[in-house]
Design a protein around this ligand. Structure first.
Ligand code: HMG
Ligand code: MG
Length: 307
């Protein structure tokens, strides 16, 4: 019998990580509607926007209007990405109570993503963490490219563990270990996580898998076996992978919840409501639903079913 946590906290990243990778830009009221529907389905932690440069990520422009206009549910955490102090200022002005800083374990990816190297990014994030702490804002951390990088290839596990520990030491309450390109496999995932756990407690780690190579659920199971109890995912598998044409992006929340509930692990999420939200957002975006569970439920739109 495999030992796994009794409860798992899902961090829904569709409204940010998902939408930022979609080709079109969703209307602001649809972005708010998506977040509210996700909260209605029982998700208690939702990444709702991003205070980055709109020139870099146009899909996340107007995140202030999204976060200000939301009907907030009691107890639900709405997070927004902040790459620097300017992002934190904008987030604070929009009433955000939790932000996320996003480092990488790959020097090349860090340069491409935020226009600076890993160590410089960590200096920026230290300033963000300090200012956030003073403002009573919680900070989550990310380490991208933990299983490989589209530009530099292999990424040393020691670097993943180092960057994770630095983010925790700055005051991040949790760090999400991201397989940004979805190339990781379960044994590798366990090696990376074990390396991180030599410096950082499992309770301060989350996992963030992309399903590009169909490994995401297996990788999540591998993480659960190490007592990791926080999983990022995206409704309908929103978000593509710019490095593999036609490939899926973030693992779909519906598929993760189906697996967890099937294993007797509680999430507090109403799977049926989540499936409906997955179909709804796919219709809005005119895109395929990448959730296998969503498709199997047979409740999609005529357009989805014929595609
Ligand atoms: P830069 O061009 O080096 O910045 O960008 P800069 O300081 O030279 O400023 C250039 C311009 O951007 C200036 O405006 C600044 O005011 C403005 P101008 O004077 O030219 O009009 N600017 C800003 N505007 C709005 N909000 C801000 C901000 N900061 C500066 N916060 C920067 C540096 C970090 C801003 C840029 O590279 C950027 O926005 N990058 C974000 C890219 C991004 O969001 N990538 C996706 C994140 S997803 C990820 O990392 C992976 C993850 O999802 C996990 C996974 O999937 O594995 C987390
Ligand atoms: Mg992602």
């Amino acid at each position: 019998m495999i030992s796994t946590p009794d409860n798992v906290r899902i961090v829904e990243v569709g409204p940010r990580d998902g939408l930022q990778n979609e080709p079109g830009t969703l209307r602001i009221d649809d972005r708010m509607d998506l977040i509210e529907r996700l909260a209605d389905s029982g998700l208690m932690h939702i990444e709702a926007g991003s205070f980055v440069s709109p020139r870099w990520i146009p899909q996340m422009a107007d995140s202030d209007r999204v976060l200000q206009g939301l009907k907030r549910r009691h107890g639900v955490r709405y997070t927004a990405l902040t790459p620097n102090l300017e992002g934190l200022r904008r987030a604070r002005d929009a009433g955000v109570r939790e932000v996320a800083v996003f480092a990488a374990a790959s020097e090349a990816f860090s340069q491409k993503n935020i226009n600076c190297g890993i160590d410089e990014s960590l200096q920026r994030f230290a300033a963000v963490c300090e200012a956030a702490q003073q403002a009573g804002i919680a900070v989550r951390g990310y380490v991208s490219c933990a299983m490989g990088c589209p530009y530099q290839g292999p990424v040393p596990t020691t670097e993943v563990a180092r960057v994770t520990a630095v983010l925790i030491s700055m005051g991040c309450y949790e760090v999400s270990i991201g397989d940004t390109i979805g190339t990781g496999t379960p044994r590798q995932v366990q090696q990376v996580l074990e390396r991180c756990m030599a410096k950082t407690d499992a309770s301060q780690l989350a996992v963030h898998f992309h399903d590009t190579y169909g490994q995401a659920l297996a990788n999540i199971l591998a993480a659960l076996q190490l007592d990791i109890a926080t999983v990022d995912s995206s409704v309908a598998g929103l978000g593509g992978c710019p490095y593999a044409e036609g490939a899926s992006g973030n693992v779909s929340t519906e598929d993760v919840v189906y697996m967890l509930h099937g294993m007797g692990i509680e999430t507090g999420i109403d799977l049926e409501a989540l499936i409906q939200t997955g179909h709804w957002i796919c219709e809005r975006l005119q895109r395929h639903n990448l959730s296998r569970v969503g498709l199997a439920s047979g409740a999609g739109t005529a357009e989805e079913e014929s595609s």
